[in-house]
Design a protein around this ligand. Sequence first.
Ligand SMILES: [Mg+2]
Length: 310
Amino acid sequence: MSSSPHPHSASTKEDNSSTWTNYSSSSSMPLSIDEGDTDLTSSSTPVYYDEATGTFYPTNGIRPMTPSYMRIASQEPVTLKTPQKLLVILDLNGTLFYRSKNNKSNVTARPHLTPFLDFLFANCRVMVWSSAQPHSVKTMLSFGFGDRISKLDRVWSREHFHLPPSDYSKKVLTIKDLEFVWDEIKNENRAAGDPEMYEFEFDQTNTVLIDDSAAKVQLQPHNGLALQDFDKDLASAGTDHELLKVRRYLEKLVYQQNVSAYIRLHPFDSNAPLDKDEAKEVKETKETEGDNAHGKELDDLARRLEKSTV
Ligand SMILES: [Mg+2]
C-alpha cells in the first residue's frame, strides 16, 4: 500500500516518487494555473504540496480502495464471443486536446481524434470527465466534438469531484473516483423504475477511463488507460498516434467480460511501437490528408514490419 506521508492517504499507486511536503499556501511560491483555470486562493491552513508537479494534496485525503476491487481485478480474463457495451470516460485536456496555456481558446485536437470518436460512439457509452471548470470543458467540446456533443451520455467537470470549496479553486490532485459515476447511473436506473434497465449498470468489469494522468484513476487502477500527455511539443510535432493505438486496444477490450482483469494483465502501453496494421493506417491517413512529410518513414516502417511478421 501507500508510502505517502499524508496521514489519510490510501493511494495504491506503486509510483510514490513525488514528494509531498507540508507547505503553507499563504507563502509566495509561484504556481502555474492548472487545467481547471484555477487561481490559487490564499489560505493560512498548512496543506501538503508536491513541488515536482505544483499540485496540492486533497484537503480531505484520499478514500481507501473498495475492498473487493483488487479481488475482482485479479480474476482470470474471459474473452467473449460478442462484444459488450463499455462505458468509456474521456478526459479532455492532455488526452484529446492540447490547450495553450497562454491562450486558453487556442485548442489543438490530437491526431486520429475523428476515427477514435467514431468508434466510441458506434460501440460504447461515452461520457466526458474533465477536471477543468465547466466553461473550459464547453470550449474544448465545442471545438473538437461538433454535433457529437449530443451523443455524450453525460459531461462532468470539476464540479463532479465532490471537492471542498477550498480545493475547487486550487491546483489540487483530482481523483476520478468511478464509484461516483456508477452510483449516479444506478440511481437514474432505479428512479426510472424499469427493471430491464438494470442490465445497463456499470462497474469495474465494463468501464474504462482514458486519461493522461495515472494518478487520477488510482482508486480503480485497472480501469484506466494512461496516455502520454498531449502537450505543446506533441501538438506542434503532429506525429502523435496515441488515439489510433487506444482505438485498436479498445477494439479488443470490448470482447472482455471483465476489463479490469484484462487491463491488469495487459495494460495499455503508450510506449509500444506501432504494429504493422497501425503503421499502414497511419500512412493511409497521411495520404488522405495530403501529408507526405512522414510518408517515407512510415513506408519503411511498414515494410520492415511486414518482413518481420511470421
Ligand atoms: Mg488531462
